[in-house]
Design a protein around this ligand. Structure first.
Ligand code: MG
Length: 371
């Protein structure tokens, strides 16, 4: 089998509110076509037009290539070799950022092809299925008011969620607001539901230590990105000072960055985004790096049903997978781009049966939102 084309599809809602930290307003879908008719689907979480250029640009010299030119004519089963070829072929402008993001979507599509060609699920091809249902947490952008958040929490508890996270929006800007929000949410959801909070890297280490101790009173399961992504010293100081889990990693790409998060920042829960970190191939290496150090991995996923499906196969195929981010965004891209999204039942998602990722794209939604 040979790759014949790498197609990039930029999808975008007609109106985007760029003041919101909501990645479901646009996306970059990848289709890798092959000469035997199998097509793999992937998704990139980046700045779409920037990542598209990484795929489509023409070669400049031996270590500054476009990804499409590097892949056409290659065998999609050579997945490690192709990852290496893309990494080395973009070294001059890559090694992280948009180049790794673009590689991620292509890598997901290659794993989809391998599953489709063998009649197996992507989880099986990644090494085997440890579990076929995974607890999923409702992931929400924090609304402007605490009452608004409480109403959303009630809504999603009613839909069966057993874990919920609020992030960004007004969080991380006013200590009193944050403590009141957590206190109110805990009283609304009761003590049996996992509650997580994403601060959107607005604190310094001292503030984070102070606030983490307050949040601990309300049984917060993790605090996500309390500090700027590069403040590894601050994260290490925080890790020394509090018991609540600290989660981070959605901003990173490439396994070396995650190694630094474990070693220097002493992060408890790594959150690689499979559409950013280097795809499933790199994600698997990151998962085992964390496993060997007895650290948790919960992939970041705030895009469409493509990334949800890839993340579900990923968590199903790692020994210590236990939880999945499940965006409940009402964006039609998040809700309807995939015709047969990963099923959610009573707090858990069910691993799709495949082959590959086991998803189909809705052609009408694709046509409607094509940018
Ligand atoms: Mg986050």
């Amino acid at each position: 089998m040979k790759i014949t084309d790498v197609e990039v599809v930029y999808l975008r809602l007609p109106i985007i509110d760029a003041s919101r930290c909501d990645g479901t307003q646009d996306t970059l879908m990848i289709r890798v076509h092959t000469d035997n008719g199998i097509t793999g689907i992937g998704e990139i979480d980046s700045s779409p037009a920037v990542a598209r250029a990484v795929v489509e640009t023409q070669a400049s010299h031996s270590i500054a290539n476009g990804l499409k030119e590097l892949l056409v004519g290659e065998d999609p089963f050579d997945i490690e070799r192709l990852w290496h070829r893309m990494y080395q072929g973009t070294l001059y402008f890559g090694r992280s950022g948009p180049a790794l993001h673009a590689m991620s979507g292509i890598d997901i599509a290659l794993w989809d092809i391998i599953g489709k060609a063998t009649g197996r699920t992507t989880a099986q091809m990644l090494g085997g299925t440890f579990r076929d249902k995974i607890k999923a947490y409702a992931s929400l952008v924090m609304p402007d008011t605490i009452q608004g958040a409480a109403a959303l929490a009630e809504k999603y508890m009613g839909l069966g969620y057993r874990a919920i996270k609020f992030g960004w929006g007004p969080l991380g800007r006013d200590d009193r607001f944050d403590v009141n929000a957590i206190k109110t949410l805990r009283s609304v959801i009761g003590n049996d539901i996992d509650l997580m909070v994403d601060i959107g890297h607005t604190w310094d280490a001292q503030q984070a230590i102070r606030m983490a101790k307050r949040f601990e009173e309300y049984g917060v399961f993790w605090i996500e990105e309390p500090l700027p992504p590069d403040d590894h010293q601050g994260y290490a100081h925080l890790a020394d000072s509090v018991d609540v889990y600290i989660a981070a990693g959605e901003q990173e790409a490439g396994r070396n960055a995650y190694e630094r998060l474990l070693r220097d920042a002493r992060i408890d829960i790594l959150q690689p985004d499979l559409g950013r970190c280097g795809g499933l191939t790199e994600g698997k290496k990151i998962a085992y790096m964390a496993y060997d150090r007895n650290k948790k991995v919960v992939p970041h996923a705030f895009k469409t049903g493509i990334l949800v499906a890839a993340s579900t196969h990923y968590v199903a195929s790692m020994p210590h997978g236990f939880l999945l981010e499940y965006t409940v965004s009402e964006s039609p891209l998040a809700r309807h781009l995939v015709q047969n999204p990963v099923r959610f039942e009573n707090g858990y998602v069910i691993l799709p049966e495949g082959p590959g990722l086991g998803i189909h794209i809705d052609p009408q939604i694709e046509a409607r939102f094509k940018a």
